[in-house]
Design a protein around this ligand. Structure first.
Ligand SMILES: CC(=O)NCCS(=O)(=O)O
Length: 351
């Protein structure tokens, strides 16, 4: 069947005109299981793995969010997610890109229900997350079979439903890139060519990872200008790295807003993590160097403790707290509109 979404944006409730997208968070999770990030407890709290998400435990959980298994599985939080999205819409939010790809227990049926009940547009993702979450037969799956799965998710529907995916991603990459992740990247580029669907990448945790990934996508015929590179707040640490990468032409994403911790909570070797002020300072520099058309931002919500119900910053944090800080730091409203509205719209519109 000819794919009829060209020039439009594909949400879980069907295609919409780009002008209807509005303010958009480009990298979030609503229904996903991140048990693969389970981390050992700190020596001073050996039994924290069985704690409850209560106020007296919140300080410990904020420091070690992946040491509490109940915190890293979002399944079962649909009611609280619905409340979050209604609040997000009340504050001017319109759309969310839900980047849960294969390997993270995606459930597009639940996403459709949350979208219907909240009135927020949700765009869901296909392709595969990092190697450690790949299906057991990934070694034997051909690139053509992977393309077929992705194209089916986009043109017919995912998980046996008629809910169609509107992004390819997040496409998971480790460092170094594994052979199967390279195969998935090439298949993602082929699926993008076949459908005109935008792509979003999760790069490995190394400053050289984003450029290598863009090269693999380009060599496979991928459209770099319809591609978002996620997690740059934990991947690049100097203005020079951001500006050199921006020359490649893809979208640059700072997507850990609201995560105000000193060290990366995911890495055994702790790399420093910027706070929101540092993220904005770097974005301001990138804007001043002429890349306002390439910046997108988000929270990458992946644990319960960041939800308002559990004392977290919630999905409205960027709209309520980050935007005023951006304005105070000298970012214009026009550039904020580009970051939250124009750039997501351009990225998500099928070619
Ligand atoms: C949910 C997710 O992908 N978090 C990113 C953690 S990492 O350090 O970028 O792998």
């Amino acid at each position: 069947m000819a794919h009829t979404v060209k020039g439009r944006i594909q949400t879980v409730l069907g295609p919409i005109e780009p002008q209807k997208l509005g303010m958009t968070l480009t990298h979030e999770h609503l229904v996903a299981d991140f048990s693969i990030f389970q981390a050992p407890p700190p020596k001073h709290a050996p039994h924290m793995g069985t704690l409850s998400l209560t106020m007296e435990n919140l300080g410990l959980i904020r420091q070690y969010p992946y040491s509490l298994s109940a915190n890293i599985n979002l399944h079962g939080e649909e009611e609280h997610m619905g409340e979050e999205l209604k609040f997000y819409k009340k504050n001017g939010g319109c759309s969310i890109v839900e980047c849960t790809s294969l390997g993270l227990k995606r459930d597009v049926g639940k996403l459709r229900k949350i979208s219907m009940e909240s009135g927020v547009n949700i765009i869901c993702g296909t392709s595969y997350y990092i190697d450690s979450t790949h299906p057991s037969d990934m070694d034997t799956l051909t690139q053509e079979q992977l393309v077929s799965t992705m194209v089916h998710d986009i043109t017919e529907g995912a998980d046996g439903t008629n809910v169609r995916c509107g992004v390819i991603g997040e496409v998971g990459c480790s460092w170094p890139l594994t052979d199967n992740e390279r195969k998935v990247l090439k298949a993602s580029a082929a699926a993008q060519i076949a459908t005109g669907c935008p792509v979003i990448i999760h790069p490995g945790r190394h400053t050289d990872a984003p450029t290598e990934i863009i090269r693999v996508l380009q060599e496979a015929g991928g459209d770099v200008r319809a591609t978002v590179m996620s997690h740059l707040d934990r991947t690049f640490f100097s203005a020079e790295e951001f500006l050199e990468f921006a020359q490649l032409g893809c979208f640059l994403e700072w997507d850990f807003f609201g995560l105000e911790v000193s060290g990366s909570p995911w890495q055994s070797v702790k790399t420093d993590m910027p706070n929101d002020a540092a993220r904005i300072n770097m974005i301001l520099h990138v804007l001043q160097e002429g890349h306002a058309d390439q910046v997108v931002i988000s929270h990458d919500m992946d644990t319960k403790h960041r939800l308002m119900h559990y004392g977290g910053h919630g999905f409205s944090h960027i709209l309520l707290n980050v935007v005023p800080m951006m304005l105070r730091k000298g970012i214009s409203q026009d550039d904020i509109n580009k970051i939250l509205i124009d750039n997501p719209r351009k990225w998500l519109t099928f070619n």
